[in-house]
Unconditional design. Structure first.
Length: 353
């Protein structure tokens, strides 16, 4: 159906920009999609451990916000050693590393005329300390990061360019952090438009997508008593609605395996004291989902094999029936008495006609 009132240039790309013509640079069968979620991102470390132990290897990593940070770490060393190193980094994180406070700090800073409450210098130093490649296109495992462009409001899928800048752009949560400048564009957190970028994995041609969530698909909206909490609750609802729409629109032939964070999902963003708990939750949850998925796939294979056998038998019976009919027709046409003989064959034994 045509769209009236706005030019097609405003929507024909689906609101996504930044992907080059040569992307993806190699065939993609399996993709990992790592969602945003702040300090709850530690849960993805446990999920990655379960995937590595199960022998699942990604052809593409898609990350948004904290998922971009975890995805970049795993892309550099997609092994169990890499997972353990990521866990060690998470255990050493302090709130002051991510949200550095100045001498005078309070809620009034949210009302000041400033680009963000916190500087990104601490987070940038933290990521730079473990990042093993300078450009996205040099990542050992192809990496796509999602960021939001401020100049035109488009979702950008970053697949090339300075890796550290792209990670910071994907994680620049508006209000808390200032926008990140890359070239002549300004970026904020990719989660604003797509916190769980399943669409990017599908666009790359993935037939099997593992989704590593910092939360749950059906999580109820967080309770709130203050205006700021109400805005956060509304933002959380919007994120969940996008995920549900995307899951409802998965095309045939694609497996999507969703790994959720069990239990309570709403933590204080500056609380990094539960890292070990989150890692363990992610590992156990992912291991259970993988077991269930493998069981379901084995059942599908068994049913398919049985259907194939049944179908083959039916086809053979149809072929044999056609051959018998043709054989009888040939006999009838070659013998003058064939009509009477055929009639006699059709009559029951002992007929007096």
């Amino acid at each position: 159906m045509p769209v009236y009132g706005v030019p097609s240039s405003t929507y024909r790309d689906g609101g996504v920009g930044g992907v080059g013509a040569g992307w993806p640079r190699r065939a993609v069968h399996t993709a990992f999609v790592l969602s945003g979620g702040g300090n709850r991102g530690a849960v993805q470390v446990g999920m990655l451990r379960a995937l590595v132990e199960a022998g699942v290897e990604p052809d593409l990593l898609v990350g948004t916000s904290i998922g971009a940070i975890n995805g970049a770490a795993f892309a550099a060393l997609p092994t169990i050693e890499g997972v353990y190193l990521a866990a060690d980094v998470w255990r050493r994180i302090a709130a002051s590393d991510v949200f550095p406070r100045r001498r005078f700090h309070g809620t009034w800073r949210f009302l000041e005329r400033r680009p963000g409450v916190f500087s990104m210098d601490g987070l940038r130093s933290l990521v730079a300390g473990y990042l093993r490649f300078e450009r996205l296109e040099d990542a050992p495992v192809p990496l796509l990061l999602v960021a939001t462009r401020l100049d035109d409001g488009k979702e950008e899928w970053m697949t090339e360019g300075p890796a550290l800048d792209a990670i910071m752009a994907s994680a620049a949560l508006p209000g808390l952090y200032p926008a990140v400048d890359i070239g002549d564009r300004r970026y904020i957190d990719g989660g604003v438009l797509d916190n769980v970028a399943i669409s990017a994995a599908l666009a790359a041609g993935a037939e099997r997508v593992y989704v590593l969530l910092c939360g749950r698909v059906d999580a109820p909206p967080p309770a709130f008593t203050r205006p700021f909490e109400a805005m956060f609750s509304a933002f959380t609802l919007a994120l969940g609605a996008r995920v549900r729409r995307d899951l409802a629109a998965i095309p045939p032939g694609v497996d999507v395996i969703v790994m959720e964070q069990p239990g309570t999902v709403l933590f204080d963003p500056a609380d990094f004291s539960r890292t070990d708990e989150l890692i363990d939750q992610g590992y156990r949850s992912a291991r259970d989902v993988l077991t269930e998925y493998e069981r379901a796939k084995r059942y599908e294979v068994e049913v398919s094999d049985r259907d194939d056998r049944d179908g083959l038998g039916e086809r053979l019976r149809r072929v044999a029936s056609v051959r018998r009919q043709r054989s009888q027709a040939n006999l009838q046409s070659s013998s003058p008495a064939a009509p009477n003989a055929a009639r006699a064959e059709d009559e029951p034994s002992g007929s007096t006609e």
